[in-house]
Design a protein around this ligand. Structure first.
Ligand code: TMP
Ligand code: MG
Length: 291
């Protein structure tokens, strides 16, 4: 494998590739084209953040809100019931995306309707994140810093809660100027109380539509036809659909849960699949190679 400086990482047992030769060719092309032709598009929850730590699940941006003091205990219970009902469907490999889609829309719609009733205050989000166990993957600092240092744009494309995830990135000290976020953002009234969500809902399976609504962003990046895509769900695969005149896309998938049964579909759609890997080692090794 050509990633000489960090060979170990791609030789790691947690890495699987359907076609290692294709990965190598893609990386060589990207390296030759240079960093000024690259953009990175990454999912947030369970991709930039950890899935678990010492056997305990880490929160998604929705969960951070759910466990905070801002939400009533009745609402917490309802959101938890929704999670218990719909998360197993999200990761059920026996169902197709077409079968899951209406159920995922139902989950997001019901969760967001509950959140909107909670009179959330913008100024309380900072504390909610501080008090949570939210954690970016090990090696995140190197990842964010390297992209910023080389002026490579990083788009965080999330079906989570934009205001919450931005706070996580800010508190981690890596909300650099090269970072842009497309997500579900809250709308607040003049007293700082949440009233609704802005724009179109982004859920796990409509990132393609979300990307196409943001043509302006991708238009600005027209001179960057090479894409490094990072995700943890099969819904994340369409995040680069808005990229104009795309040349090479390298898709890295974190497979965190139900690894054995989901591996075949992940190998079919992601170029590199990382099994229960809580670190950014492989993306960092790739950046190291491209720099
Ligand atoms: P992502 O696009 O940043 O990964 O965000 C989507 C994740 O959010 C998905 O894995 C499910 C999770 N989620 C919750 O944890 N609670 C919720 O109420 C909802 C609607 C989604
Ligand atoms: Mg995710």
């Amino acid at each position: 494998m050509l990633l000489s400086s960090r060979q170990l990482t791609l030789g790691n047992t947690s890495v699987r590739m359907r076609d290692p030769q294709r990965v190598e060719e893609t990386l060589r092309c990207m390296q030759k084209a240079g960093l000024n032709t690259l953009q990175v598009i990454s999912d947030f929850d369970m991709t930039l953040t950890r899935f678990a730590r010492n056997g305990k699940r880490c929160p998604t941006s929705h969960n951070i809100l759910e466990i905070s003091k801002m939400i009533s205990s009745e609402c917490k219970e309802k959101l938890k019931d929704l999670l218990d009902k719909y998360y197993p469907i999200e990761i059920d490999s026996s169902k197709t995306i077409e079968e899951k889609l209406p159920l995922m829309v139902e989950w997001w719609t019901r969760a967001h309707a509950l959140i909107m009733q909670q009179k959330i205050r913008k100024d309380q989000l900072t504390l909610a994140v501080q008090e949570s166990d939210a954690m970016l993957r090990e090696g995140y600092q190197e990842f964010f810093d390297c992209l910023n240092q080389h002026s490579v744009p990083l788009l965080i494309f999330s079906a989570g809660l934009g205001d919450v995830l931005e706070e996580v990135v800010r508190q981690a000290g890596v909300f650099h100027p090269n970072v842009k976020v497309i997500s579900n953002f809250m709308d607040f009234d003049e007293t700082g109380v949440m009233t609704s969500f802005k724009g179109e809902l982004i859920h796990i399976y409509n990132k393609r539509e979300g990307a196409l609504l943001n043509t302006g962003h991708f238009e600005e990046l027209r001179s960057r036809p090479n894409v490094l895509l990072l995700g943890d769900s099969l819904g994340d695969l369409t995040m680069a659909d808005g990229v104009q005149e795309v040349e090479k896309v390298l898709k890295i998938g974190f497979l965190n849960d139900k690894v054995d049964e989901r591996l075949p579909s992940y190998l079919n759609s992601y170029d590199i699949v990382l099994l229960k890997d809580e670190t950014m080692e492989v993306p960092n090794a790739i950046l190291d190679f491209l720099v």
